[in-house]
Design a binder for this molecule. Structure first.
Ligand SMILES: *Cc1c(COP(=O)(O)O)cnc(C)c1O
Length: 388
């Protein structure tokens, strides 16, 4: 009997090792892993370079405290500043923490401007920002908040793609709009570039902040370092996590220089956030991701993969409703519940994971090989052929 609580619905499968895009189960089977810890292992399993850099740091110093200077963190923050919209960074350990800090920064900004009443955050209904108390009430999902009252105040909601509803929901108390640039858990729903541009304009007009949660779609997953770069806009605050650690728990909040000064000494802290071991791994991920041609290759592979999936959809229009996504954040929306389809893919040694709206979520590592995509395409086609 497991002593682990039952809050997960785990598949009855475990692994003894991984290498790149593959996982080897304890019962001797080899799987193509297109879950990758849910968009976390951006460079695949047991990446030799990440392993080397982590071991190198492990022999020196793992953890000190944010009471001291941490050169590895200084370096990672500086690189994030050089490569993105950001001027300042706060490191955390997870996505939920990062989104909460994003909310804290937005509120603190208006507080520092003498407008503490501007403290409400406007989010998309049934979105996903993590599982802490504030994050579940930010998500506005009935399922995630059930039994966890009292409700954490300060969050308002509008429906995805409801532009009029969005404008209406902005009040004098609104501090920021927070949404995922491409919604992951809720079903791989990408906010189109023209909407992101509109969102930025709307925030400027209403003098409120734009928080884009890139915990899942960020850090190369979209084929650019951030998904919003495709729309050529700049948000004010961006929480990231998943991909930046390549499997090591790291979260961060990136901010522009307008809002960052609100976070004065003592205003926020974290015991583990930004420790030398985590920061060395984060730097190693950056080393790989900013190699010449890396992100362009993600775009190229994405185009190829999505095209192949659309060919399957044409052949099986009764099974696949839509192929959607950005970069290597890809969703196959089915007409019916996807559980059986995912099970069949697994029986054929391809691991995928569910998302909202009957979507089979496909998340290869960003350094996936074309032959591995071909392998996945063949398995998906085979499962479609033998479905029903
Ligand atoms: C995964 C995720 C989170 C939460 O991250 P945790 O590390 O699980 O706390 C927040 N926002 C988005 C968009 C996510 O995909």
């Amino acid at each position: 009997m497991s002593a682990l609580a039952k809050n997960y619905n785990r598949r009855k499968i475990s692994f003894k090792r991984g290498k790149g895009s593959f996982l080897y189960s304890t019962n001797g089977k080899k799987y193509l892993d297109f879950v990758q810890g849910i968009a976390v292992n951006s460079l695949g399993h047991a990446n030799p370079y990440l392993t080397k850099m982590m071991n190198k740091q492990a022999k020196k110093v793992w953890h000190v405290s944010n009471a001291f200077l941490i050169p590895e963190g200084e370096k990672l923050a500086r690189r994030l500043k050089q490569k993105t919209f950001a001027d300042y960074v706060i490191f955390q350990n997870s996505g939920a923490e990062a989104t909460e800090v994003a909310v804290k920064v937005a509120r603190r900004y208006f507080y520092s401007k003498g407008k503490p009443e501007k403290n409400r955050i406007l989010c998309i209904k049934n979105s996903f920002h993590g599982r802490t108390l504030a994050a579940i009430f930010a998500s506005g999902s009935k399922k995630m908040t059930e039994g966890f009252g009292p409700k954490v105040p300060g969050f308002d909601h509008f429906d995805f793609a409801d532009h009029k509803g969005l404008e209406k929901a902005i009040t004098k108390k609104t501090a920021a709009i927070m949404c995922e640039t491409a919604m992951g858990e809720s079903g791989i729903k990408v906010i189109p570039d023209w909407c992101l541009k509109g969102l930025r304009k709307l925030c400027n007009k209403k003098k409120i902040l734009l928080i884009l949660d890139e915990v899942q779609c960020g850090v190369g997953r979209s084929g650019k370092f951030f998904a919003f770069e495709h729309a050529k806009i700049k948000p004010d605050i961006v929480p990231i996590a998943k991909g930046i650690g390549g499997g090591f728990p790291i979260g961060a909040v990136l901010m522009n220089k307008k809002v960052a000064p609100a976070m004065t000494a003592g205003s926020h802290g974290s015991t583990f956030g930004g420790n030398p071991l985590a920061m060395s791994v984060g730097n190693a991920v950056m080393d790989q991701m900013f190699k010449k041609g890396f992100l362009q290759n993600v775009q190229k592979l994405s185009k190829y993969f999505i095209n192949e999936l659309n060919l399957i959809k044409e052949d099986y229009p009764d099974i696949i409703k839509e192929v959607r996504g950005i970069g290597l954040l890809i969703g196959l929306q089915l007409f019916e519940d996807q559980s059986n389809f995912i099970k069949k893919l697994e029986l054929n040694k391809l691991l995928t994971i569910r998302a909202g709206e009957n979507v089979v979520r496909i998340l290869p590592p960003l350094n996936v090989k074309k032959q591995e995509i071909d392998l996945a395409v063949n398995i998906i086609r085979k499962v479609c052929k033998n479905y029903n």
